[in-house]
Design a protein around this ligand. Structure first.
Ligand code: HAM
Length: 420
């Protein structure tokens, strides 16, 4: 134990659990790579104004949850609370939207920071895999992303993820709805903070979980009754494409996301085995964000899936992601000469693509064999002076316990064959 522990709301990733985490991250990203998304990586911090403008001045993320700092030069920076604004900023800065055809399809993975009240599944430092398709307005693109997320969940064996789907309208129809909603909400008995929210971001009130508020929302005007023809048509196409692809969804016309940039399609993946923090991912279309941060009109859509919560969902379903064994072969030398010879064998095996490890530290044979078993390796290579005099090493199958001599110069070939 050291004097220090990790800050509240954060976690360390260490073996053996870290292998499952990597496997989940890989499984969430794999469908994106197969669908033409290129990898993007952006800094861990950005100018605070990017998030304030992009995510929205009235959101909890911006008003309460950002970690900000001022540099010695007086610049205000914020640890990234999410990836969309950063990835779009990076694409615009590099002129990717002018370089080739649209959409520009990008995926990313990393840690994000929000000063939230920590609880199961909610951290101040957490991990997402995200995807953004920038510069095209096409219901097939919305559907593609949702299908890729559903395929990722399926590849992990998850069966309890539900998809909630909604549309938030566009700049043609949302203003009139917003006004109607505000008028309704102003007539309710609400606390001061909620009253302020009605003026800045009335849609968020629909998301209020308190019973005293929910009771009063009976009969609230719903966007579905105010959508323009173009938005209705667009949403219908997305729904049709999802249905054709066999992706089940529930229409949820109260689904409001915690970020202000959304237009039209919005969705969330929820898992019922997770308690209060049930969202394992979410996203939607953000047709106006590029202009908000100083770029040209670039209608876009994207999502982010929580790696931590996906792992919790797997555990809730009693599943363990298949993580490849870290080590296939473990070398146990008996004596100084054997250490030199087997160390060279291990180096050769690694160069030939075999995952191999070595009993370091001059431990006794019993401790070394225990380490070999603990490593998860399938084979141990054991050698002492007598073996070396005969030009062989002992190849031991750690599952069956069977052991046989293999010529030293044939070990690499033999193991490569056994392990493919
Ligand atoms: P978000 O809904 O804020 O969306 O986050 C996406 C996912 O990240 C959540 O569903 C959840 O699984 C995970 N997550 C969020 N906060 C935490 C936390 N404090 N602890 C653990 N996991 C968390 C976005 O971030 C948008 N950028 C998604 C997007 C991309 N929209 C368009 N493109």
């Amino acid at each position: 134990m050291s004097t220090f522990s990790a800050p509240k709301g954060t976690y360390d990733l260490l073996p053996p659990d870290s292998a499952a985490f990597l496997a989940v991250r890989e499984a969430l990203a794999a469908p994106l790579r197969r669908a033409g998304y290129g990898y993007a990586e952006t800094p861990g911090f950005e100018h605070t104004a990017l998030f304030a403008r992009g995510v929205g001045e009235s959101t909890d993320i911006v008003t309460k949850e950002m970690y900000t700092l001022t540099t010695k030069g007086g610049t205000s920076l914020a640890l990234r609370p999410e990836g969309t604004a950063s990835v779009l900023r990076a694409a615009l800065q590099a002129n990717l939207h002018r370089a080739g055809g649209l959409p520009v399809k990008l995926w990313y993975s990393g840690t994000y920071y929000r000063y939230e009240r920590p609880q199961a599944g909610r951290y101040r430092h957490f991990s997402q895999v995200g995807a953004e398709a920038i510069g095209a307005e096409d219901p097939a693109l919305d559907a593609e992303l949702i299908i890729l997320a559903a395929d990722a969940h399926r590849s992990l064996g998850l069966t309890g993820v539900r998809l909630l789907l909604n549309t938030l309208g566009d700049r043609a129809c949302r203003p009139a709805y917003r006004a109607a909603l505000q008028e309704f909400l102003r007539g309710l008995e609400l606390d001061e903070e909620t009253r302020t929210r009605i003026e800045v971001n009335p849609l968020r009130v629909l998301d209020d979980k308190r019973e005293s508020v929910r009771r009063q929302l009976e009969g609230v005007p719903l966007l579905r009754d105010h959508l323009c023809e173009a938005c209705k048509e667009y949403h219908e196409r997305v729904r049709e494409l999802l249905t054709a692809a066999g992706v089940a969804f529930t229409d949820d016309d109260r689904l409001v996301r915690g970020l202000d940039y959304y237009t039209r399609t919005t969705f969330e993946f929820v898992h019922d085995g997770l308690g209060a923090q049930s969202a394992v991912g979410g996203g939607g279309r953000y047709d106006g964000l590029s202009e908000l941060i100083g770029g040209p009109p670039l209608p876009s859509v994207g999502w982010a899936l929580g790696v931590d919560r996906t792992l919790l969902a797997l555990r809730a379903e009693g599943l363990a992601p298949a993580a490849p064994a870290a080590t296939d072969v473990y070398a146990v030398p008996l004596g100084e000469e054997a250490r030199r010879v087997l160390f060279a064998v291990v180096t050769g095996l690694r160069r030939a693509g075999v995952a191999a490890d070595f009993a370091f530290g001059g431990r006794g044979v019993k401790a070394a064999m225990r380490a070999a078993n603990r490593s998860g390796a399938r084979y141990a290579l054991v050698a002492g002076d007598r073996d070396l005099a005969e030009g062989v090493v002992q190849l031991k199958d750690l599952a069956s316990g069977e052991q046989r001599a293999v010529a030293l110069d044939a070990v690499e070939r033999e193991l490569s064959g056994l392990l493919t």
